[in-house]
Design a protein around this ligand. Structure first.
Ligand code: MTE
Length: 339
């Protein structure tokens, strides 16, 4: 009888690193090479970055877990202890792999810091998240100024996996942690005449170099939703991703996520929420009214004036897939637009 004694260097098939994980390392390795991390002693900050990559790649669960929000930004979040939160399995994206955490936190749009997508995470290091209040104002019975942790405590947080589609055609699939925006609306109790909600981002030129670098933009960043959109089950106030507190580059400490709309509707680092009785203006509609409408629902049949929206490119590798009406959330939201 032949008994095969494995050589020390032979590994079982189960130990082979999944291709997805290997490929997810590419942007990180490239940025390490660019920054000259290979071939010299590392600073503590660089070591932290590397540690984040290690923990990120070690996880082989449903999504690549263990993203160290501090390592990506140079500082950790003061809200780390609120996470992780329970997963709500009613909201998953079965047909797509969850995007690796490194890609989702190093490819960003956050114009208050820079217009360069690959550099936001490098510029947010000193952005102060504490104290942070959100003023809820306008046509509501129960408004006021809330500490962000008071909001975390008021509403049960949960994790949901959503598709995310930028108008520029890149797309990702992300586990977000937060609470339904509908819960907040219910709590503040809008007056009958309120029809829309305006959201306003933090605007601090001292900490946000993109504000003074782009004086032509109508700062602060602002967005809006109809109240029936805001109370749709999918709309969320998000405070975390990948089981951890939201990194600064992704809109810490609190942002909006409306997954059936183009990404620019998902406003970051919110400081003010105003209930109003007419459609509010939006940052991008003010800059380019012919290109960015108020509703901005994902729709493959309506091209952007300068490019097609029929397909999209998944992070990190740019795999091209068909764009779905309402980003795949037709069942949940089409009734909002039937009129
Ligand atoms: N919110 C603010 N305050 N400033 C911004 O520049 N960019 C928007 C949106 N929210 C933006 C913002 C755009 S264009 C997109 S695509 C998403 O944030 C990107 O979110 P992400 O960086 O977490 O992927």
């Amino acid at each position: 009888m032949l008994i095969k004694i494995p050589k020390r260097w032979e590994l079982p098939e189960s130990a082979v690193t999944p291709r997805k994980l290997v490929e997810a390392r590419r942007p990180l390795v490239a940025s390490m090479q660019k920054e000259g991390l290979i071939g010299r002693a590392m600073t503590r900050r660089e070591a932290l970055k590397l540690a984040a990559a290690g923990t990120t790649m070690a996880g082989c669960g449903q999504y690549i877990k263990g993203l160290d929000t501090g390592a990506a930004s140079g500082l950790s979040s003061p809200y780390a202890d609120w996470f992780p939160v329970p997963r709500n399995k009613a909201y998953e994206v079965p047909e797509r792999a969850v995007t690796d955490g490194v890609s989702a936190t190093t490819h960003n749009n956050f114009y208050e810091f820079t217009v360069s997508k690959s550099d936001v995470w490098k510029l947010v290091g000193d952005f102060e998240l504490e104290p942070w209040t959100v003023e809820i104002t306008g046509l509501v019975a129960n408004g006021g100024t809330f500490g962000v942790e008071d909001l975390f405590a008021l509403f049960d947080m949960e994790e949901r996996i959503y598709r995310f589609r930028c108008v520029e055609t890149w797309a990702m699939t992300v586990p977000w942690s937060g609470f339904p925006l509908a819960k907040l609306v219910e709590y503040v109790d809008p007056l009958p005449e309120a029809t829309h909600i305006a959201f306003i981002s933090k605007n601090d030129p001292e900490q946000m170099p993109g504000v003074s670098a782009n004086p032509g933009y109508p700062w602060p960043y602002y967005e809006g939703l109809r109240i029936d959109e805001a109370t749709n089950e999918l709309a969320m106030m998000v405070a975390g991703m990948y089981g951890e507190a939201l990194p600064r580059q992704n809109g810490a400490p609190l942002r909006v996520i409306v997954p059936w709309k183009y990404g620019y509707k998902s406003i970051k680092s919110v400081v003010r929420i105003a209930f109003v009785n007419k459609q509010p203006g939006t940052f991008w509609n003010t800059i380019a009214p012919d290109e960015y409408g108020f509703l901005s629902n994902v729709d493959p049949s309506v091209p952007h004036p300068r490019w097609s929206q029929a397909t999209e490119r998944l992070l990190p590798d740019g795999q091209e897939v068909d764009t779905m009406l309402y980003n795949g959330y037709e069942a949940e939201v089409s009734a909002l637009y039937s009129g």
